[in-house]
Design a protein around this ligand. Structure first.
Ligand code: ZN
Ligand code: ZN
Ligand code: FE
Length: 761
């Protein structure tokens, strides 16, 4: 043995199992003529490599730079080792569970190699809708238990044919150990059915489904994480019929197009958006509309954006290959219910909605909705983090005990922690009905099993009536930590940025249960992971009728007008007041005066709703946040002036920000005929100026310069961009969400971190 023959031991941590990492290492070692072995460990893979030092160096460079697309390498550590010597390079088989990492890859889109084969008439998988390989296809949604191999996935029912098995067994093949490997001879297949579950007589179910869609029919299509309802996005009547049947009046539908070229015909695609669209996660990306364009207006009424995605399964590609400019692809559910995944369930629940069912016999074990992202304020921001991203963990700044955090009520997700990792679940939905609660419980149980987490602490929202909080209360023999909603928002953003110590937290959203029993949502906190102090908030106003005021923003308008003008509000001559019967108006004013069925709220989301109603945008909403969103969409680009604002020092040194001066200014502008566009931007700029000034005052007093922005209101791009820009220009360090949603979909992470901090005090 010469001196030019050395050995190294490398440890690779991250998601590197079940993603073709060991064959990649095997092929790389052979490429450089190196010897040694690769084996799984509980945290990743371990490599022993021997050979000439310069070859080992090249090997290490490539190891980091060229790893397989589904691998998620966290770090690689290396040290010199003694030469064994080895005769060749081997993949060592895993012998027991201790060598299995619990990190599982998310489901990702079909890769370029498989896509090429799909449309290659010479390939044995030509037009086969379930083509996949180690670099692509389903993972998380087909796994029943760990370790991840075929008998523990929904592929267990399909025995590989000899050709597929040979690929599966060959380390140099792209399908080596690809658990969902299949072909037309041995794998799952599609079928087209009518709502009575009778098969439709046709030669090619996908072509027949495409023909029905072209004729304006609604087809339920089984995808990766659940069913979609598909209609032709250019057919306004079909889209309206879908809205009617789904009981979804105005909430935007997502669309899918075969390629970027088609998308560019109806939307503006910047370089960042293009990268998001083509990424292997294939999220829905919000893109500015091009007008005029051929997409039906009913797809996303009163919205400046389309939600657009590229196909991510072979079946999608085959369906879109029939000449559609775009298909509406919306989660197949009735409004407020979870997306359908099970064939039986789909037929039962969607019979009144879908005209046909394009389905298949590969089961989905865990539903996962499409993720939604946008690029704004220089960053990608998640609106929903689900398919393609879950269950990739967030790596925390420190090790924490095993915790289950139950999330909030709306846009629920749960969070499980283990060591220095936090696993945020896929989108579960609004926990307002039993079906969603069942899905919540299923997700808790499933994630605990596949991640092997046995929680010692359970964290939940302070709200006593949330179904997630009730679930936490029902769990026996486990320590429970209740977390204030807006504190959790701020801490979730801190965890994402690994911030320690106290920060100024702006927690702006629609609804959260406050420590004083009021409904909070326009909160300035000084917070760290363990505690918070409320230093300022929007002054309380009445929500006439309680929850009804969320669905009917005109009630909030009355609440704010009464706050600003007292009992004289009838004389204001505003359109919103004329639209309401005077008797009803009197009753509401009486309710406010006597505080009957009028919870008090400091919510910024409600202020947006109230202003939207006062300027005449709408009195009722069809989905949460609609009025606020439309107020943002209608805003003019810029405006110099802002409204007067004012705050008062309240009890316990807590500042109360008065909405009344702003409301008076808006009423004056409405009556003088200023456009909604002008009023909207003026209102946005007022909030930005107000909160920047407030942060400056807090900094003077407390010597804190880090500001954390969280809560659903920061989905508003004008507010988010304005706050980031103005705070940064005054030398604040500003932190907003990037990898988890700013809405309640990210709150479980904050709950878990608060519980971790409290439990070690
Ligand atoms: Zn592939
Ligand atoms: Zn086969
Ligand atoms: Fe919230």
């Amino acid at each position: 043995m010469t001196v030019d023959y050395t050995a190294r031991k490398l440890e690779v941590n991250g998601i590197v199992q079940g993603v073709g990492f060991r064959p990649f290492v095997y092929n790389l070692a052979n490429h450089y003529g190196l010897k040694g072995e690769v084996a799984n460990t509980s945290t990743g893979v371990s490599i022993h490599i021997e050979g000439p030092p310069e070859c080992i160096r090249s090997f290490e460079t490539d190891l980091a730079a060229k790893c397989p697309p589904l691998a998620h390498v966290v770090d690689i550590s290396g040290q010199s080792a003694s030469v064994k010597p080895c005769a060749d390079f081997k993949i060592v088989k895993s012998k027991d569970r201790a060598q299995m990492s619990t990190l599982i890859s998310p489901d990702v889109s079909i890769c370029a190699d498989c896509l090429r084969e799909l449309f290659d008439p010479a390939d044995r998988r030509y037009l086969y809708p379930f083509i996949n390989c180690t670099n692509c296809g389903p993972r998380y949604t087909i796994i029943d238990d760990i370790p991840y191999d075929r008998p523990r996935t929904s592929m267990r029912h399909f025995k590989m044919c000899a050709a597929c098995q040979a690929e599966y067994d060959d380390p140099t093949n792209r399908r080596f150990h690809a658990q969902p490997n299949a072909c037309a001879a041995c794998g799952p297949h599609v079928g087209l059915y009518d709502p009575r579950r009778e098969p439709v007589d046709c030669e090619d179910p996908i072509k027949a489904a495409a023909d029905f869609i072209s004729q304006g029919r609604i087809v339920a299509v089984k995808g990766l994480g659940g069913y979609h309802l598909a209609v032709d996005a250019q057919n306004n009547d079909a889209v309206m019929r879908l809205r009617h049947r789904k009981m979804r009046e105005e909430k935007p539908f997502a669309v899918m197009s075969a390629d970027l070229e088609r998308i560019r015909q109806y939307a503006l695609v910047g370089a960042e958006e293009e990268a998001l669209l083509v990424s292997i996660q294939r999220p829905i990306v919000l893109l500015k509309k091009k007008t005029p364009c051929a997409i039906a207006a009913a797809v996303a009424p009163r919205n400046k954006y389309w939600g657009v995605m590229l196909p991510y399964t072979p079946l999608h590609y085959l369906l879109l290959n029939h000449g559609f400019s775009a298909l509406v692809m919306t989660s197949a559910n009735l409004t407020d219910e979870p997306i359908a995944i099970d064939n039986q369930d789909a037929f039962e629940r969607l019979a009144g909605i879908a005209d046909y069912f394009l389905t298949h016999n590969r089961d989905i074990y865990l539903r996962s909705d499409d993720s939604i992202v946008r690029h704004t304020a220089g960053q990608t921001r998640y609106i929903r983090r689900s398919r393609g991203f879950v269950p990739i963990p967030l790596f925390l700044e420190r090790t924490v005990p095993p915790i289950l955090a139950c999330g909030a009520e709306l846009k629920n997700t749960i969070c499980l922690t283990k060591d220095d990792k936090a696993f945020l679940s896929q989108h579960i939905g609004d926990l307002e009905n039993l079906r969603t609660l069942d899905f919540f419980k299923l997700t808790v149980e499933h994630l605990q099993r596949i991640l092997e987490i046995h929680p010692q602490i359970i964290a939940c929202d302070m709200h006593p009536d949330y179904l997630s909080s009730r679930y936490a209360n029902e769990q026996q023999r486990i320590r429970k930590v209740e977390v204030q909603h807006h504190h959790a928002h701020i801490v979730s953003c801190m965890a994402e940025h690994r911030l320690k110590g106290a920060v100024i937290g702006l927690s702006f959203d629609g609804t959260g249960y406050g420590s004083d029993g009021a409904i909070w949502g326009g909160e300035v906190l000084i917070a760290d992971a363990g505690q918070f102090e409320r230093v300022a908030h929007l002054a309380y106003v009445s929500m006439p009728g309680g929850a009804a005021a969320i669905k009917e923003p005109w009630r909030m308008a009355i609440g704010y007008l009464h706050d600003a003008f007292g009992d004289n509000l009838q004389d204001l001559e505003l359109p919103v007041l004329r639209q309401i019967e005077s008797a009803k108006l009197r009753i509401i004013a009486e309710m406010i005066r006597k505080r009957v069925n009028c919870p008090q709220t400091s919510s910024l989301g409600r202020l947006f709703d109230g202003v939207a109603a006062i300027v005449g945008i709408r009195n009722r909403v069809n989905f949460e946040g609609q009025a606020a969103m439309e107020l943002e969409m209608l805003a003019a680009d810029d405006m110099d002036s802002i409204y007067d604002y004012e705050w008062l020092m309240g009890a316990g040194d807590c500042i109360r920000i008065l909405p009344a001066p702003i409301i008076r200014g808006i009423v004056k502008d409405v009556r003088s005929g200023l456009s909604i566009a002008q009023i909207s931007i003026k209102f946005h700029k007022t909030l930005i100026a107000l909160f920047v000034e407030l942060c400056t005052a807090v900094r003077r007093e407390r010597d804190l310069k880090r500001v954390v922005l969280s809560g659903g209101c920061f989905q508003n791009c004008i507010l988010l961009n304005g706050m980031i820009h103005e705070l940064a220009s005054r030398d604040f360090e500003v932190f907003a969400h990037q990898r988890i949603p700013t809405n309640d979909g990210g709150i479980a992470l904050g709950q878990a971190m608060v519980a971790a901090a409290v439990s070690c005090l």
